[in-house]
Design a protein around this ligand. Structure first.
Ligand code: G6P
Length: 606
């Protein structure tokens, strides 16, 4: 999604901004732009370009403009209003080119504001909703930039993270936030602003997250926010945000899946007590004892983690669960009471639909709990309590290791709640000790990477795939299909094995392979029957099976083995080969793996 970078401080070459902007590339974008106040010329220069940041940099370098910019703003845009054109790229400006705005989010009443401003004589040159902000600031400016911004914000409806500079008040960078993340990176006599911590960590780790409805006025040596805010330290190192020698962030992140599991469980397992410690839930521990229903809400891959969570929590914690996707849940009229808990699962903690559902639940006074990766994200701040997945930075657009972190965290949460309810000590101990083994077992699965690569080579030219699974691994079939779709642009669908005969079998022939997730668990026999149904119609089948299962080789065209573990934990191990399979197919097809077309890492608009 869109990304913002801004700077004010010692006079700096704007290329430091381009470097920061590149750290936001992973979010997915279609155009990029920069505007900088050059103190020598007392002018704001700007350049906006569709395509990659490289295009923008090239245009800037070829422009012969003075590259000292203080302050400056930059942006990567992912189109929502208006096509992908240079004009529609940010920064946007007013009639006189005195106020330059970069903005993430959506201005919902832009059309009516534009109509009014046009009648007042303002000239618009883009189709982008953001342009109204620049014209409103122009309209209200009377010598003080923040005052003009304040008046502008009263007129607009929607969501925003924005940063503004003006040649009429050039010693200031003004930023504002409502439902779209924005932070200040505090350096020595300089401040960077960004929509994502990755953009600032090479400069400073001292950051302040802006809250909704806050405006910050930043000068070269100081900053002022409407209320006092603590400075927090980002724990990620810049190296962690790099590719670590892998050709793609995604491969690096899949290879880090054992570590993601390890990080999620570290220090949280109490093997002797057959229980777990989740410090983030201490504040609501008493309330959790009373609950009788859980609603799990998430989007995309995280929603499949929620679905696995539903099976775990119902079977082992004995609590009725319901799973919904954020974009549906926000428009439902859910029936809730004081014993309902809503759990929100999100890697970024910034997904607009998930946050909207969260806010809806808060309005209904439902206890809210977050399972989030990004520390200090909106979801983490707005939920009543939560558990961090600690998966580390995830840069590739499609989520992989964070999903494993979510699954491991849900298993922990199951034990936490289960032990408060009816789960016996012996069962608690069993789950906890199996969880402790998972990182090593997942490392074992990664050793099959080259075999999986060969299987990917064999299947890469097929155009359609089924992914089937049952019970705990039905959501994993959905995840396997989504990952293949996202990365390779091939058609893939995930379904419950039992559903095949209700229509889907009609598509099976020798050109329609199926990936069957079929560990030796309580639904193994049922899955074998489903595989037979496919083989009877000449469909090729790749089976994910438990180590030691030799008989499956007679049925399957290809087998990928995963180690034995508890049934409820099989999704964690079964996901690893599916992620590798999707990765290798996409790599062989030459796809843009880390930034698949049309997709964004964190979808901060509805
Ligand atoms: C985007 C990403 C997905 C991710 C989803 C939810 O669509 O491309 O990989 O699963 O958002 O993101 P979240 O940050 O809420 O987990």
């Amino acid at each position: 999604m869109c990304g913002i970078v801004g700077y004010i401080g010692k006079n700096k070459d704007i290329r430091i901004g381009l470097e920061a902007l590149r750290r936001l590339e992973y979010r997915g974008y279609d155009s990029a732009g920069a505007a900088w106040y050059n103190p020598e010329k007392r002018e704001i220069f700007y350049i906006k370009k569709t395509g990659r940041i490289d295009n923008l940099e090239k245009a800037i370098l070829e422009s012969n403009l003075n590259l000292i910019g203080n302050p400056f703003v930059m942006h990567v845009r992912w189109a929502t209003h208006g096509g992908v054109t240079d004009y529609n790229a940010h920064p946007h400006f007013d009639c006189q080119k005195e106020f330059f705005v970069v903005h993430n989010g959506i201005i919902e009443n832009w059309a009516e504001l534009k109509e009014k401003l046009v009648k007042e004589g303002h000239k618009f040159i883009s189709e982008c909703d953001t342009e109204v902000i620049a014209h409103l600031i122009e309209k209200y400016f009377q010598g003080n930039l923040e005052e003009a911004v304040r008046k502008t914000l009263k007129e607009i409806r929607g969501t925003y993270g924005m940063a503004i500079i003006s040649k009429k008040d050039p010693q200031k960078l003004v930023v504002a936030r409502l439902s779209s993340p924005l932070l200040l990176g505090i350096g020595q006599d300089e401040t960077l602003v960004a929509s994502d911590p990755s953009a600032v960590i090479t400069h400073t780790r001292q950051v302040i997250n802006l809250d909704d409805n806050e405006i910050a006025v930043i000068t070269p040596t100081n900053f002022h926010i409407l209320k006092e805010k603590p400075i927090i330290t980002i724990e990620w190192t810049p190296e962690e945000a790099q590719k670590g020698g892998y050709p793609h962030f995604m491969l690096k992140e899949i290879m880090e899946e054992p570590e993601a599991i390890e990080n999620a469980i570290r220090g949280r397992l109490m093997i002797e007590e057959g229980s777990v410690k989740l410090g983030g839930l201490d504040v609501i521990a008493e309330k959790l004892r009373e609950i009788n229903r859980l609603i799990l809400i998430a989007c995309g891959t995280a929603s499949y983690a929620a679905k696995v969570g539903e099976y775990m929590l119902e079977e082992y914690a004995g609590i009725p669960c319901e799973v919904d996707i954020g974009s549906e849940f926000r428009y439902r009229k859910p029936i809730v009471d004081e014993k309902t808990v809503a759990i929100f699962i999100s890697q970024s903690g910034e997904t607009a639909d998930t946050l909207a559902a969260l806010r809806e639940m808060k309005k209904k006074k439902v206890l809210t709990l977050g399972i989030t990766n990004v520390v200090g994200s909106t979801q983490a701040r707005e939920t009543d309590a939560g558990v961090y997945t600690r998966s580390g930075p995830e840069i590739a657009v499609a989520s992989t290791k964070a999903f494993l972190g979510q699954l491991a965290t849900l298993a922990l949460f199951t034990v936490y709640l289960g032990r408060q309810k009816e789960m016996a000590l012996v069962m608690g101990k069993r789950i906890v000790s199996e969880l402790a083994k998972l990182p090593e077992l997942a490392k074992g699965v990664l050793k099959s990477a080259s075999e999986i690569e060969k299987i990917a080579e064999k299947y890469k030219d097929f155009k359609n795939f089924w992914f089937i699974g049952r019970k705990y691994n039905l959501p994993i079939a959905l995840e396997g299909a989504l990952k293949l779709k996202e990365l390779s642009y091939l058609h893939a669908e995930g379904i419950g094995g039992g559903e095949l005969k209700h229509g889907h079998l009609a598509l099976i022939d020798e050109n329609f392979p199926t990936v069957a997730i079929c560990p030796s668990d309580s639904v193994y026999e049922k899955m074998v029957s489903n595989i037979q149904e496919i083989k009877a119609r000449n469909g090729p089948v790749i089976v994910i099976a438990t180590e030691g299962n030799e008989e499956i080789k007679d049925l399957a065209d290809d087998v990928i083995y995963i180690p034995k573990t508890l049934e409820m934990l099989t999704p964690i191990l079964a996901t690893v080969p599916l992620h590798l399979f999707a990765y290798y197919v996409a790599a062989k097809l030459g796809c843009d793996i880390d930034k698949p077309r049309n997709l964004a890492k964190s979808v901060t608009v509805e």
